[in-house]
Design a protein around this ligand. Structure first.
Ligand SMILES: *[C@@H]1O[C@H](CO)[C@@H](O)[C@H](O)[C@H]1NC(C)=O
Ligand SMILES: *[C@@H]1O[C@H](CO)[C@@H](O)[C@H](O)[C@H]1NC(C)=O
Ligand SMILES: *[C@@H]1O[C@H](CO)[C@@H](O)[C@H](O)[C@H]1NC(C)=O
Ligand SMILES: *[C@@H]1O[C@H](CO)[C@@H](O)[C@H](O)[C@H]1NC(C)=O
Ligand SMILES: *[C@@H]1O[C@H](CO)[C@@H](O)[C@H](O)[C@H]1NC(C)=O
Ligand SMILES: *[C@@H]1O[C@H](CO)[C@@H](O)[C@H](O)[C@H]1NC(C)=O
Length: 886
């Protein structure tokens, strides 16, 4: 580490020493020819001297030198350009260990560990940097974020907006430890100043580690592009703001800022190439790459990008005809500028290579002949496409190249580089539907899908009259100190979302599942694109009215966070209101975690958040009301008047398992619940199980990489012993807790019962020791005796036993558990069918032996991975069951 630092500093000194300082004076836009004293075959990256070059290491006491040779200015020398009410800085000597290896963020990994992440400025209130701009036109703006530890601010909890004069760059933005986030924008700056404004969300704060603004050649982005779908030409491209979503050096290694003309980073394409066995890498010496007159320049992409490509593996040996395919995940509520880079480094003669280029399944260029375009081999060429958001399916942009029909040589196709660049929407935003002023622009937005429009229209139509009336009433009753509600149009949004939540929370029964998914997608679409997700904002008065001024008689539960009240909103919706204790730090954290988690999650088996209140130091969360309360009460609590039959218990376990499986695999980050227990499984009016209480949840993918031990939290009796020992959290801890839940459901006794003899206090130990002694009947709930098919019971207890394995790695995934429970249910149903058909008891033999073998074989290899697949799995089971029944 020290030696590499030395090398960096040494080479930096060399660089300063060898380059005349005048080279930085003006902007020589033409690429200088490689200098003759360079002995390596590598072309020297041309020195680009931007007119505007603002490099700021926010909060750093001293200037920061980067490995690419540039220096970011210290905080003291740039603080004059900052207007902020408070002066809060943070810096560390060494970055936390995970960062040393450069942890990749979600889509665009940041460049390797930059010293820029070692300091930051924190803004408790709206603050802005103002920079003089001497060259109007396109600029690259790069923002660096990493949540450093600070004694009084937890930077992982910062929620804020970043805007310029004309565009929204980030909205409701958060950065979670330990992943640094790097954002890159391309903006046409049209005035002589640039203001970068950081606005914290209410009760939060903002921060930034480093800012980079450099002017770039204006021809970097041209005003016209080929549209997808392909009709005519698109003009007016350049009036947008852009955010670089992905930049790939196809068929080659990472190209770091040091080797790029504009200090860009180009990532390898392996992750996105979906047919790697059909492609092979090609490369030439970068110094052989030529740039044509009036075409691509070194600033479009450096020679390192054009010198490598993916081409087709010998077409005959794979199959007669195929496409090379790259699939890149994007936020499908935006249009994209996609730039494809080509350079024919594979042909030996001109006009040998003809290929088709497809974008999102549509023909982008037919029979592209690079020789005709560039008049030479090994010459740089690029094409721009504008992708309409309506053509993005499954959140993926798909680029394909396949051999054309006119080629005289072997069928082949190549691709050298891809840039996927998000274009600002009609709100002038690259993040959400709020404009620079903070006004909601969704209704006027042109880039929504027809489906969303249709559903919005329908909902609006039905409730329009009601809306207008209620809206005016509320507009008059609005809280005065509530900044969020001080414009009429922003008032409209929370109201409409509240009605959609109301509708979707009503559609929980199976018969209306189609309707439910319609509303579900409308809702998640709106939430995803606005990053809002938290549903309605309630005033405290409204909630007081809803639950009779928090009457003690309305209390339906008490948790660590505070009491839970039953309430009814003005529109008649029944809700559960969790009122937090604002004095407790723990409470505030859990409140925020719960809002953050639930806003990303929508699932039939997770309890849904309708809205929240955060006003006058009151914190409340408003959920859909679950009329049958918590699972525990139905097992051995107050609601035991009618013990649940085995089949219903299985269905509840399956529902909860689905919810947890979705948490672990379905969301953007895998999420660990951390507090799975029978009081956190709620039942609606149809006894559909929903997992609740996300106050302790963690985004798991992030956790795995940190060696910071987390304080052990959870509930006794459910706590994973391995987590307790090693304090390292994985999703297998939830699996353990769920194993205890399974036993609780079977035995109808608490996880811990201190009143019992010592060897019986802990449910997991007691049940498993009896099971291993073959005394299963001793532990089964007496209410269930004689009603469970022995095959079903066997499968069920096996599943519970696997969940309770000592080590996390030995425990199954939630998907496997789900599979086993579904199987147990099918075995139960099959046996009750055969019992009903009286005289066919002989069928019991094939039922309980042969099929189990067959299905067990499948089981290990085809665990369902998503909710859809489990539906498929279930229907496969029904076939098995029906077959057995016959
Ligand atoms: C700060 O502002 C002053 C005057 O507005 C300007 O001369 C100076 O270059 C700015 N510094 C930076 C780092 O932008
Ligand atoms: C900061 O907040 C995050 C998310 O809410 C939490 O996971 C983390 O433990 C907190 N860190 C500290 C030091 O409190
Ligand atoms: C930037 O915007 C200005 C004003 O809209 C326009 O005149 C100029 O041509 C734009 N620059 C580029 C490179 O598109
Ligand atoms: C970057 O440039 C150096 C020489 O300047 C060369 O040795 C190195 O291979 C290049 N790296 C990449 C990834 O292109
Ligand atoms: C290549 O992809 C395009 C667009 O998806 C498709 O129409 C075409 O049939 C594919 N070609 C081959 C040979 O698979
Ligand atoms: C995208 O397509 C929709 C419908 O086809 C159209 O209304 C909209 O204008 C298009 N957007 C752009 C940016 O071309």
């Amino acid at each position: 580490m020290i030696s590499s630092l030395f090398v960096v500093i040494f080479s930096f000194l060399l660089l300063i020493g060898s380059i005349p300082t005048t080279i930085y004076a003006q902007a020589p836009l033409e690429a200088p020819s490689p200098s003759s004293d360079d002995t390596s075959p590598a072309p020297k990256t041309p020195k680009y001297a931007p007119r505007d070059k603002l490099l700021i290491a926010c909060g750093a006491q001293e200037d920061v030198d980067l490995p690419d040779g540039r220096t970011f200015k210290s905080d003291p020398s740039t603080v004059s350009n900052l207007s902020s009410d408070e002066d809060v800085k943070v810096s560390v000597d060494t970055l936390p260990s995970p960062l040393k290896d450069g942890v990749p963020s979600s889509k665009l990994p940041p460049p390797p560990p930059l010293p820029l992440y070692k300091s930051a400025r924190i803004f408790p209130s709206a603050s802005s940097y103002k920079f003089p701009i001497s060259q109007q036109g396109f600029h690259l703006i790069r923002l660096y974020f990493f949540p450093l530890p600070h004694p009084s601010y937890n930077l992982s909890n910062a929620v804020f907006r970043v805007t310029t004069e004309n565009f929204v760059l980030l909205h409701d933005f958060t950065v979670h430890y330990p992943s640094p986030i790097f954002k890159e924008y391309i903006l046409n700056l049209t005035s002589d100043t640039l203001t970068l404004k950081f606005s914290p969300k209410k009760n939060s704060f903002a921060f930034i580690n480093a800012i980079e603004v450099i002017s770039v050649p204006d021809d970097l982005i041209s005003d016209t592009a080929s549209p997808v779908p392909p009709v005519g030409n698109i003009e007016g491209v350049a009036k947008h703001a852009f955010e670089v979503a992905l930049r790939l050096n196809v068929g080659g290694p990472l190209v770091s800022p040091k080797n790029d003309t504009l200090w860009r980073t180009w990532h390898p394409d392996e992750k996105f190439n979906t047919f790697p066995q059909g492609s092979k890498d090609a490369k030439i010496d970068p110094s052989k790459v030529k740039y044509p007159e009036g075409g691509a320049t070194m600033y479009i992409a450096p020679p390192w990008v054009y010198a490598t490509a993916a081409e087709m593996e010998n077409a005959e040996t794979i199959e007669a005809n195929f496409n090379l395919t790259w699939k890149m995940p994007v936020d499908s509520s935006y249009d994209y500028l996609v730039r494809l880079h080509f350079c024919d480094i594979v042909s030996v003669a001109m006009n040998d290579l003809y290929f088709n280029v497809y974008v999102n399944g549509m023909m982008g260029v037919a029979n592209l002949d690079l020789s005709t375009q560039t008049m030479a081999l090994s010459t740089a060429y690029y094409r721009d496409f504008v992708i309409n958001s309506t053509t993005i399916a499954n959140g993926l942009i798909v680029i394909q190249v396949g051999s054309g029909s006119d080629g005289s040589g072997d069928p082949n196709a190549i691709l050298n580089g891809v840039e996927v660049i998000k274009m600002s929407n009609s709100a002038g935003s690259l993040s959400g539907l709020f404009d620079v002023e903070g006004n909601y622009m969704g209704a006027a937005s042109g880039s929504k899908t027809m489906k969303v429009l249709a559903v919005v229209g329908l909902v609006m139509g039905i409730v329009a009259l009601l809306l207008v009336v209620v809206m005016f009433v509320r507009w008059h009753k609005r809280p005065l100190n509530c900044q969020r509600n001080n414009s009429f149009s922003s008032w409209l949004l929370p109201l409409t979302t509240s009605h959609s939540s109301f509708l979707s929370s009503k559609t929980t029964s199976i018969t209306t599942s189609r309707k439910s998914s319609m509303f579900g997608s409308r809702k998640s679409g709106m939430f995803a694109s606005t990053n809002q997700g938290v549903g309605k904002f309630f005033s405290f008065n409204e909630l007081q009215d809803a639950c009779n001024n928090f009457d003690e008689n309305a209390v339906i539960g008490v948790g660590g966070f505070g009491k839970v009240y039953k309430g009814q909103l003005d529109d008649g919706t029944k809700v559960a209101i969790k009122r937090g204790n604002p004095q407790s730090e723990q409470g505030i954290n859990e409140f925020q975690t719960e809002i953050q988690m639930l806003s990303q999650l929508r699932h039939r088996h997770l309890v849904s958040l309708i809205g929240y209140c955060d006003e006058n130091s009151e914190m409340c969360l408003v959920y859909e009301f679950m009329s049958n309360g918590v699972l525990r009460e139905h097992l051995y609590g107050s609601k035991l008047n009618a013990p649940m039959p085995w089949k219903q218990r299985l269905e509840i376990c399956i529902g909860s398992a689905r919810g947890l499986h979705y948490l672990h695999t379905g969301a953007a980050h895998c999420i660990i619940h951390r507090d799975v227990k029978t009081t956190n499984i709620l039942l609606d009016e149809n006894f559909v199980a929903k997992v609740s209480d996300f106050g302790l949840s963690k985004a798991a993918c992030l956790m795995e990489q940190t060696h910071v031990s987390t304080a052990v939290k959870g509930s006794f009796g459910y706590l994973d012993p391995e987590y307790f020992r090693r304090q390292q959290l994985t999703e297998k801890s939830d699996v353990y807790s769920f194993g205890v839940v399974l036993l609780e459901v079977l035995t109808a006794r608490p996880a811990i019962n201190p009143a019992l003899p010592r060897d019986q206090v802990n449910l997991a130990e007691w049940a498993m020791s009896n099971y291993r002694k073959g005394l299963l009947e001793k532990i089964v709930d007496p209410n269930l005796q004689g009603t469970i098919s022995s095959a079903s019971l066997k499968k069920y207890v096996e599943a519970a036993e696997k969940c309770l394995a000592e080590y996390g790695v030995e425990r199954p995934s939630m998907g496997d558990v789900l599979w086993n429970l579904e199987y147990a249910l099918q075995l139960q149903e099959a046996s009750s069918k055969t019992e009903a058909a009286e005289d066919k008891s002989s069928l019991l033999i094939p039922l309980e032996t042969a099929p189990i073998m067959g299905v067990d074989g499948v089981e290990s290899s085809s665990a369902p991975t998503s909710d859809d697949h489990t539906e498929v799995g279930a229907s496969a089971f029904s076939q098995i069951a029906n077959f057995q029944g016959r």
